[in-house]
Design a protein around this ligand. Structure first.
Ligand SMILES: [Zn+2]
Ligand SMILES: [Zn+2]
Ligand SMILES: [Zn+2]
Length: 231
């Protein structure tokens, strides 16, 4: 299976007050929050490499994703295990054994009904609990994920991860995105409203990177009030 993982290029998020302005996805210019540092040119950066390969959270999808109408309600799903897919080897000479196996995560609704991942789904992943370090020194291993569209396929946004344009590169206790509410309650909301106002890091604080949006490939949007909206 060709699990195409798009290269995440996290653009500077847009302040809440400017939401609704559709930017050209290839020419995004960050607008700093009122209290932010002076404007500077965005330098797209790749997220810091994990010490182990990221879990196979992105599934290849038949492009294009049909009929996306925004805003899209955030739907709670849960990971319920994995399925092993086996494809015949097409190499010459054939590998031994002559097949390739891949592990495909399976998802269900909170009531247990199996479902396919779709744009707007959100779940808690526990993939790296106890296995390897992430960007944070105070992470319990559980990350919040939201499925967004990216260049025609599903992309798993690691809301608990580190933004490519984080302004506190070496600080390991803040969070670049702050989330409130929950997908289950229908009020998941992601912004920069941190409980700790420190601008230099620490538990409960956030950095100056944007205003809580996500920009990957051709998508730039927010999770606001239980819905995935375009920026
Ligand atoms: Zn092979
Ligand atoms: Zn973590
Ligand atoms: Zn940050």
């Amino acid at each position: 299976m060709n699990a195409r993982r798009p290269t995440p290029v996290l653009s500077a998020p847009t302040p809440v007050g400017r939401a609704g302005v559709l930017r050209s996805p290839r020419a995004q210019v960050p607008t700093p929050a009122p209290d932010a540092a002076p404007p500077r040119r965005p330098v797209p950066v790749r997220p810091a490499p994990l010490k182990q390969p990221a879990p196979a959270l992105v599934r290849s999808v038949r492009p294009p994703i049909p009929g996306l109408v925004f805003p899209i309600p955030i739907r709670a799903v849960v990971q319920v295990g994995t399925r092993t897919d086996r494809e015949p080897c097409k190499n010459d000479p054939l590998c031994e054994p002559p097949w390739h196996e891949s592990s495909v995560p399976l998802y269900a609704l909170p009531d247990g009904t199996p479902t396919e991942l779709r744009v707007g789904d959100s779940f808690l992943g526990e993939d790296h609990r106890g296995k390897w370090e992430c960007a944070w020194s105070n992470c319990d291993g559980r990350h919040l994920y939201v499925i967004i569209p990216c260049d025609g396929i599903l992309h798993t946004w690691d809301v608990s991860g580190k933004a490519g344009n984080c302004t506190l590169k070496d600080e390991r206790e803040h969070r670049c995105w702050v989330h409130h509410g929950s997908a289950e309650a229908g009020n998941l909301h992601v912004d920069k409203a941190a409980s700790n106002p420190s601008k230099t890091g620490g538990p409960g604080s956030t950095c100056r990177a944007g205003a809580g949006s996500i920009g990957v490939g051709d998508f730039h949007g927010f999770v606001h009030g239980g819905k995935l909206v375009k920026a």
